[in-house]
Design a protein around this ligand. Structure first.
Ligand code: ZN
Ligand code: ZN
Length: 128
């Protein structure tokens, strides 16, 4: 029981410190620094619990695997690297999105996804 609590604490801190949304596999890899024997099933179980607690949210972006991020994050958008399939946070938002809607329509939310290559993949492809 104590060990389970420790696992959850390590996993929760990964979400808090994450610089971008993570897949369960990425979370597992990061957690293994502190919990070398951590299994992916435990990561999935913890994520399910965090989702129920409203601590973490699912990030679903077309063209990318399901990722998870801290629910404490403010409004932001994503960049999908089509090369390494990682998801990155974008800083800021686009001005004037609401004005794209037809006259009389009320916009309640929006999604913006940018696709391309992240800085490390862009460097690799310019070399070859
Ligand atoms: Zn990349
Ligand atoms: Zn926005």
């Amino acid at each position: 029981m104590i060990y389970l609590t420790q696992q959850k604490r390590v996993l929760a801190s990964i979400f808090e410190k994450a610089d971008r949304p993570l897949t369960p596999v990425e979370i597992c890899e990061r957690a293994r620094t502190d919990l070398p024997s951590l299994g992916i099933a435990t990561v999935y179980r913890a994520i399910k619990q965090f989702l129920e607690d409203g601590q973490v949210r699912l990030v679903e972006v077309p063209g990318a695997a399901p990722h998870y991020e801290s629910a404490a994050r403010h409004h932001h958008h994503f960049f999908v690297c089509q090369s390494c399939k990682r998801l990155f946070d974008l800083i800021g938002c686009v001005r004037g999105v609401k004005s794209l809607a037809p006259q009389g329509f009320r916009v309640k939310q929006h999604e913006i996804v940018l696709y391309g290559e992240c800085s490390s993949c862009a460097v690799d492809s310019s070399k070859s």
